[in-house]
Unconditional design. Structure first.
Lengths: 450, 478
């Protein structure tokens, strides 16, 4: 029988030669341990495709998704410009086809890159240490909550409203797994609700509604009364750190973020990057991999190696601080390259542009009759907009080839007429003006005129 | 330790910045008016590095890194097979890579997720899948939470889970995260589960079930698998299949038919998506029909009227990740399954096992094989018989000197000085012969010149690194 090649390099003669060496007559003999009735007769799947047919098939499928000229949707996944070199570097197959760098001497390239990633995250956040990555922002937040309960030996978590609703769901799932209690409260009730039983307060800023919280005040409020209660700060678009005060400066205990904004394409929401950083004193409780700098045993040269592995599951099994093994290494490499490309000046310029363009849109939108900006605090690149005719507005956006903003009712049933708008440096003046046009032609006034 | 001039940060220049951000095309206002000064940072400690320097630095680093495209990557239980290039192209198609997880016009993505679920269901025999988990360990946690919820929902108190001593380290760690305590079960001489011990363990109170990988970490297919799952079921438990070792079973035998109720897969192992230096992966979880209500949400279900997205079901464990999963990885696995088709997938299982057995037989010439019988995808050598005090680590480090990667070492824990080898189906006979020659040669070196091994590697970009000092005085950033 002649087989197609399909990434398997053997011809039939090779197979029979190898069987001879093993001392078996047929391929089937290799599976003699498997009881007969467990041997599958046929796999009910289609036949294989050639590369060209495969590409056509999947191109066709991909076209069932719509892509837009410009986006006004964020809510945890963002369109920022990705410098060409990001994909170029992560496409080096020495990087992307490598395994977790367990054999350090043959993996110095990636190990050094992860060390540089950890370094750039500590610089960006002003935190003491950063790990090599978590799956995404939501699981990083959940693991931060678990870590806080281990550090404080307390079993309750306080979540402040304004955290991404899907992140809250993930934290709840993880907490339920370990029978950790949690409570979700508005920020205004923080002082009243807080007591010595809480391991941590979880807060998002800029929050899900785009608002920048006064994190420093929140930290003071908590620490003045309960100095041992940890503060976990999460954000979904850390490009804001180009201009906003860093978590380190504000005495945050554990900082986590979704790093997708740093050079990773949206890809329907994954893979992203879980950024995780903390204070030095909590180093040995940190989940996930860490790369350290060391030297040759019998030499002078510096090198890099996976370290403090005694925290991890492959050594400590059920006593490990987390079960995480595979992480998002290639995405952390993308984030590293992105941050290096932007640099100190570029990241600041980008963050300021996000604020300025968002402000431009807010100003214009607030002047359209029937529309109202609902935020009362400063915003970064997202804000809440109340609309007179949400369905028509969203339809208008779609027709103008603008990815419509999020209907808040997806997560908050009662907020029927509100959208969460996101504007980044990618939105040109022309696209923002088109967006405003879409809003205008869905305003009550214009409908009456018509 | 002094700052390392090799690092990228040493290449920072006094330049303004690279030119990526679009020109600001609106008239900005005074920043302090819209963002009060107290919210603004004073200093941002990032370097400014010209693009050409960044490119050269990382191309330089890629040159001192080993990947599957460099050569054989024989790590046991890791299934480091070739990553087809077309899959990279497809995952970067704009209508896949540029779509937002919350956009409404997403029919292609939903269809793809649903199709992958169907393919994986056929391959494993399971009846429902979630593609949300990001990695194997994340899938384990998800699967165990499903188990926990099932019992909780049916008012049955279950707090313990059986994990054999040969299991992957993630198994007990995941079980703990799902709130279970562990009953460790000693394997027999073939790494198989002793039925009498299992019966005994299942008699304990509150046992939720067992976590098992089959073939196990010694590469042995447990001949009693049907008995094992029957015993667990008869005692009211559920059986969890760790899919890290599914590769040799592709098209050969299915976890559901073996009696398993829950399975997690590693798309970055069995389904050829690249491991990316440690991730991103994808760890779908499949379940039998009665457990479908407990799957995480959103959960795509195929109904008569088309694909529907189930949200807010009472029985579901909730979310385990924001959005849909590592979609970019899932696309590559789908492309892989479509290229291979039914016959191709079966051939993967067959050749993976052929390759492993070929190496097993050839390496036995010098190395000690504690469990000597036909293996599946992998097999485990021990350090017994290594001459002159040479250790497993010495052998592994010496392998690097020959320009290839070393196998998994010191795992599974049930074999002394374990050397765990999984070649996968994509290695040619020439590649396997080359690997064999190197290992046999190293054995001779261990006899004649053990010093050469004890100080290995010699030819790598750095010599053997000091792991002890690294852990004692951790330096984790510059």
């Amino acid at each position: 029988m002649v087989f197609k090649v399909d990434f398997i390099p053997h011809d039939n003669k090779t197979i029979s030669d190898m069987l001879d060496v093993i001392g078996l007559k047929s391929i089937e003999d290799l599976f003699q341990d498997i009881p007969n009735d467990l041997i599958l007769k046929t796999l009910n799947l289609p036949s294989g495709l050639s590369e060209s047919d495969l590409l056509n098939e999947l191109k066709k499928l991909s076209k069932k998704n719509k892509i837009y000229i410009s986006s006004f949707l964020g809510a945890g996944c963002y369109y920022h410009y990705i410098p060409s070199i990001v994909d170029f570097i992560i496409s080096r197959s020495e990087f992307y086809t490598s395994y977790t760098p367990y054999q350090a001497e043959a993996s110095q390239g990636f190990l050094q890159a992860i060390y540089e990633y950890q370094s750039i995250i500590t610089r960006l956040t002003a935190m003491d240490v950063a790990n090599a990555s978590m799956y995404d922002g939501s699981t990083a937040l959940a693991e931060a909550a678990l870590m806080a309960t281990i550090i404080t030996r307390k079993n309750k978590i306080l979540l402040v409203e304004g955290i991404h609703p899907e992140y809250i769901e993930v934290v709840k799932t993880y907490c339920w797994g370990q029978e950790i209690e949690y409570k979700l409260i508005p920020l205004s009730l923080l002082e009243k609700e807080l007591n010595e039983e809480y391991a941590a307060v979880l807060i998002q800023s800029p929050n899900f509604f785009g608002e920048i919280e006064n994190v420093e005040d929140i930290v003071k409020t908590v620490k003045n009364t309960f100095p041992k209660c940890l503060i976990v700060h999460v954000m979904t678009d850390p490009t804001c750190l180009g201009i906003l005060r860093s978590p380190g400066e504000q005495s945050i205990d554990i900082f986590v973020a979704e790093g997708q904004s740093f050079g990773i394409s949206p890809s329907f929401g994954g893979p992203g990057l879980g950024i995780f950083a903390t204070k030095k004193e909590f180093l040995r409780k940190i989940p996930g991999r860490l790369v350290g700098k060391t030297r040759e045993i019998n030499g002078e040269r510096e090198g890099f190696i996976l370290t403090l592995q005694a925290r991890e599951q492959h050594i400590r099994r059920e006593k490990a601080s987390s079960n995480i093994c595979t992480n998002q290494a290639l995405c952390s490499l993308a984030a590293l390259i992105y941050l290096l490309c932007m640099g100190k000046n570029g990241l600041k310029e980008l963050a300021v542009q996000n604020i300025q363009k968002t402000n431009y849109a807010k100003e214009k939108l607030s002047k359209i009759p029937g529309y109202k900006i609902l935020n009362t605090k400063p915003t970064y690149n997202e804000f809440l907009l109340e609309c007179p005719n949400i369905d028509l507005f969203i339809k208008n956006c779609d027709e103008l080839d603008l990815l419509p903003p999020l209907r808040l009712s997806k997560y908050y049933n009662h907020m029927k007429n509100i959208v969460l708008v996101c504007i980044t440096e990618m939105n040109s003046r022309t696209s923002i003006d088109k967006f405003i046009q879409a809003a205008k032609s869905a305003s009550k006034i214009s409908m009456e005129v018509k | 330790m002094t700052s390392n001039s090799k690092l990228i940060f040493g290449k920072s220049k006094n330049i303004k910045s690279n030119n990526y951000v679009p020109k600001l095309d609106i008239e900005g206002v005074n920043l302090d008016d819209i963002l009060p000064k107290k919210y603004q940072r004073e200093d941002l400690n990032l370097p400014n590095i010209p693009e050409v320097e960044i490119v050269r630095h990382y191309i330089g680093l890629s040159n001192i890194n080993y990947g599957v495209d460099t050569g054989i990557y024989p790590l046991g239980s890791c299934t480091m097979k070739y990553n087809p290039k077309i899959n990279e192209v497809i995952s970067r198609l704009p209508n896949f890579s540029q779509i937002h997880p919350l956009q409404e016009k997403n029919q292609g993505a939903i269809e793809l997720i649903s199709e992958v679920s169907k393919f994986l269901s056929e391959i494993t025999g399971m009846e429902g899948f979630t593609l949300q988990p990001s990695a194997g360990a994340h899938g384990e946690l998800t699967g165990l939470l499903i188990m926990k919820k099932y019992f909780e929902y049916n008012n049955i108190e279950k707090k313990k889970i059986i994990v054999p001593d040969s299991a992957h380290g993630t198994n007990p760690a995941s079980a703990k995260m799902a709130g279970f305590s562990i009953i460790e079960l000693n394997s027999n001489e073939f790494g198989e589960v002793p039925l009498d011990h299992l019966e005994f363990a299942m008699q304990e109170e509150q046992v939720a079930g067992i976590m098992l990988t089959n073939p196990n970490t010694l590469g042995v297919f447990d001949r009693n698998i049907k008995e094992i799952t029957r015993i667990v079921h008869d005692n009211g438990g559920l059986c969890y299949y760790d899919g890290a070792n599914l590769n040799p079973m592709l098209g050969i035998s299915r976890p559901k038919d073996m009696g398993f109720d829950i399975v997690h897969l590693n798309l970055h192992k069995t389904f050829s998506t690249p491991h990316g230096g440690g991730g991103p992966g994808s760890g779908p979880v499949g379940v039998v029909k009665k457990l479908i209500p407990y799957l995480p949400e959103p959960c795509i279900i195929s109904r008569d009227e088309g694909l529907v997205c189930r949200e807010n079901s009472q029985a579901s464990i909730g979310r385990v990740k924001a959005f849909w999963g590592n979609f970019g990885v899932i696309i590559k696995a789908y492309a892989y399954m479509l290229s291979l088709g039914a016959e191709g997938l079966k051939r993967v299982g067959q050749i993976a096992v052929l390759n492993a057995n070929y190496l097993r037989v050839r390496l036995q010439e010098k190395y000690f094989l504690p469990y000597n019988r036909i293996c599946q995808h992998e097999f485990v050598l021990s350090d017994k018989g290594l001459p002159n005090g040479v250790t497993t680590e010495d052998v592994a480090k010496r392998i690097l000197d020959y320009g290839i990667y070393a196998p998994t070492i010191y795992f599974p824990l049930i074999v002394n000085g374990a050397i765990m080898i999984e070649p996968t189906e994509t290695e040619s006979k020439q590649s396997l012969d080359n690997f064999t020659e190197i290992l046999l040669n190293i054995y001779n070196e261990a006899m004649e010149n053990p010093e050469k091994l004890k100080f290995a590697p010699h030819n790598t970009p750095v010599k053997r690194l000091d792991a002890v000092t690294a852990a004692r005085n951790p330096i984790l950033h510059d």
